[in-house]
Each structure stands twice: as structure tokens, then as C-alpha cells.
Design a binder for this molecule. Structure first.
Ligand code: HEC
Ligand code: HEC
Length: 328
């Protein structure tokens, strides 16, 4: 069942396909089996212990969109990570089985193959380690790895797809590798920003360039949202989710180090225009609200990152910063 390499490009939010796209067309995010990263992005680190193939990617794509992974058959990965909203979910807490909801905002899955750690708190050391977690989570897919494997083994199409992709019967490791290979193919790059860097001076508007300048100068955004992926894949306390000066555990729940209290993973800003609401708790509804949050220096708490300071940003600066973020 080995199909030729896939290269599906999604045209989202009115984005035209390549070529005749108007200058303001946002980059068209794609998911495909990757041989080369999109322009402007570095080479993606290879997974440990196996070589991803197009057959694994195809199987992962089918699994990602199939309720068979969930206890009652109603919830797939795509339920909470729909392509139309940048693989993030538009609800603050996305819906799982039996009317339950996930504890946190479902983040965008763009360019997650670059991340050494997964989850907002970094609690999963690889994509392979992560992808079985939602299946066992009672609020998300409400099943167990054993039950999920039994359902897949009863399905003739899956039995042969697993044999084609992995040359062995259905097992948990193959499910991990297929799903991780699919997620690695969810990439976005070649934004106006990248084209500008390549010398296409007209790729960015004057307002977007002003926003970029703020991002790189007095905004200090680049220190954590480091180009070209617009994340350092690190963990920082910006004060999101702080109540009366008390942050949630965040990264400290994993490391048990009190200094990590209230730290969360820096999300990528690529295709961020698609993935509202923002932050691990979905507490900020718009990019304008995010910029206003940073302008006031985040939320005060004893662990606030030292890079967080009130910023002197005019309304014009703020609008430009939003325009720049939307162009990524
Ligand atoms: C009920 C909603 C829901 C379902 C179903 C779901 N997810 Fe998620 N996903 C989330 C939430 C919420 C998070 C953030 C979890 C956290 O950090 O605590 C997340 C995080 C992730 C991440 C980590 C991204 C990052 O930047 O750290 C990946 C990868 C991911 N999901 C892939 C999947 C896959 C693959 C499936 C199917 C097996 C799936 N998800 C099913 C809601 C869901
Ligand atoms: C100290 C590091 C740091 C700095 C500086 C910083 N950020 Fe962030 N940013 C983060 C972290 C960490 C999060 C996630 C916080 C959370 O979810 O609790 C985040 C979240 C965001 C988000 C939400 C993305 C999403 O998918 O939810 C946007 C947009 C954003 N930052 C833009 C900016 C801009 C614009 C600036 C400059 C004005 C900036 N950031 C400065 C660390 C930083």
C-alpha cells in the first residue's frame, strides 16, 4: 500500500496556493511527508530508533482522524486539533469523551517535530512518548492503550495498514511511530518574513516591518520567541494563569523544582493568527489582548521571568506588532 510521497497544501483563511498569491496571503500551512523542510525552517531532527516512511505517515494520518482511538468512538485527535484552526482548538478547553473537557488549551501542532519536549509543561520527552497520553486521559479520549490496540486488531484495514507500514502486527510502538510521523509532517514556513529575509523586500508591508522592529528591539519578544521557529522551546514564567500573585505549578509539576513554578513552554508564533485563543489556559482571546498583556509586563508574581518588563508601546506600535504576528 506504499503510496507516492504526499504533498498536500492546505489553503486556509482564504490563502491562495503558491505562485499568484497576493502579497498579504498568509503562508499556506501544509501537512505532508517531509523530505525537506519548508523554506526558512531548519532541518527537523530525526526521531530516535527508526526512519519515518510515507506509509507510516499515511497510517498516522488515518489514525489521527479516527474516533477508533477513543473509548466511545466519538473523539479523534483531530476533534481537538482541527486543521482549519491551525491544529489548535477554538475553545478554551477542548471537548473530549462524555461531555468532558481537556484541562488546558489545545496548542497548535505546527512544527512540533522540532520540539525536544512536548506539552505546555514539557511533561513528555518526545512525540512518541506523548501521543498515547490523550488516549488514556479520561477527559480526552477515555480509553486505554490495551483497549485501543484490541479495537485496531479487530479491524482488517488497520491490520493490513500496520503490516504495510511496519512489517509486523499492530502494537503500541507502531501506533506511537505512525502518529508521531504524521505530527512531524504538520509544518508551516515560508512566511512573508522568510521571503523578506531572502531579499524580497516587498514581501512585508511597512506596518509589518515596524512590528518586526518592535519584536526585535524594545519588545524583546525574540528573546523567548527566537526565529526562525519563533520559540526557544524553553519554559518561562510570564504570569499567565497567576491568581492573586500565585502561579500554577506549570513546569515545576514535572521538575519538582520550585524555581520552575508558573513556567510554561514558549509556543511557536508561526501561523499564530489561526490558533486563538492564546496561552496554556486560553485566557487571551486575541493577538491584540496578547500584546496588551506584554505591554503591561505580564502578571506580577514572585517567579516572573526577568525579561518581562512593562513596555513603552504606542497604539501604533501595538497594531504593528499584531500585524507582524499575523504575517508569520
Ligand atoms: C480532548 C482534546 C484532545 C484530544 C482528543 C487530543 N489532544 Fe492533543 N492536546 C490537547 C491538549 C489540551 C494539549 C495540551 C496538553 C498539556 O500540555 O497539558 C494537547 C497537546 C498535544 C501535543 C503537544 C504539543 C506541544 O506543543 O507541546 C501534541 C503533539 C498533541 N496534543 C497531539 C495529539 C494527538 C496525536 C492526539 C490523538 C492521539 C491528540 N493530541 C488528541 C487536547 C487534545
Ligand atoms: C520571557 C519569555 C517571553 C517573552 C519575552 C515573550 N514571550 Fe510570548 N510567550 C512566552 C511563553 C512562555 C508563552 C506561553 C505562556 C502560557 O501559555 O502561559 C508565550 C505565549 C505567547 C503567545 C501565545 C501563543 C499561543 O499559541 O498561545 C503570543 C502570541 C506571544 N507569546 C507573543 C509575544 C510577543 C508579541 C512578545 C513581545 C512583546 C512576547 N511574546 C514576549 C514567553 C515569552
Amino acid at each position: 500500500m506504499l503510496r507516492p510521497l504526499l504533498c498536500i497544501t492546505f489553503a486556509l483563511g482564504g490563502a491562495a496556493a503558491q505562485g499568484a498569491a497576493p502579497r498579504t496571503a498568509p503562508p499556506a500551512p501544509s501537512f505532508r511527508f517531509l523530505k525537506e523542510p519548508p523554506k526558512g525552517l531548519p532541518k527537523m531532527p530525526a526521531p530516535v530508533g527508526y526512519e519515518p516512511t510515507a506509509a507510516m505517515f499515511e497510517l498516522g494520518r488515518k489514525l489521527f482522524h479516527d474516533g477508533i482511538l477513543s473509548g466511545d468512538g466519538t473523539v479523534s485527535c483531530a476533534t481537538c486539533h482541527p486543521a482549519s484552526t491551525g491544529f489548535a482548538h477554538p475553545a478554551v478547553n477542548p471537548p473530549g469523551v462524555h461531555g468532558n473537557v481537556a484541562e488546558r488549551h489545545a496548542p497548535s501542532l505546527f512544527n512540533r517535530g522540532y520540539a525536544p519536549l512536548q506539552r505546555w509543561d514539557g511533561g513528555a520527552p518526545s512525540l512518541e512518548a506523548f501521543v498515547l497520553q490523550p488516549i488514556g486521559d479520561p477527559n480526552e479520549m477515555g480509553s486505554s492503550v490495551g483497549e485501543m490496540l484490541a479495537r485496531l486488531k479487530r479491524d482488517g484495514d488497520y491490520r493490513s495498514a500496520f503490516r504495510d507500514a511496519f512489517a509486523k502486527p499492530v502494537d503500541a510502538r507502531s501506533v506511537q511511530r505512525a502518529l508521531a510521523t504524521f505530527v512531524r509532517g504538520i509544518v508551516t514556513g515560508d512566511a512573508p518574513y522568510d521571503r523578506f529575509l531572502r531579499g524580497e523586500v516587498a514581501a512585508m508591508t511597512a506596518q509589518e516591518r515596524h512590528g518586526q522592529w518592535i519584536f526585535e528591539s524594545k519588545g524583546g519578544c525574540w528573546k523567548c520567541h527566537t526565529p526562525p521557529l519563533f520559540t526557544d522551546e524553553g519554559f518561562h514564567n510570564t504570569g499567565v494563569g497567576v491568581v492573586n500573585g500565585h502561579p500554577e505549578p506549570g513546569r515545576a509539576a514535572v521538575t519538582k523544582d520550585p524555581k520552575d513554578r508558573g513556567k510554561w513552554k514558549t509556543p511557536t508564533l508561526r501561523s499564530v493568527r489561526l490558533t486563538a485563543p492564546y496561552m496554556h489556559d486560553g485566557s487571551l482571546k486575541t493577538l491584540k489582548a496578547v500584546v496588551d498583556f506584554y505591554a503591561r509586563g505580564g502578571n506580577r508574581n514572585p517567579h516572573l521571568d526577568r525579561k518581562m518588563k512593562p513596555l513603552d508601546l504606542s497604539e501604533k506600535d501595538r497594531a504593528a506588532l499584531v500585524a507582524f504576528l499575523k504575517s508569520l
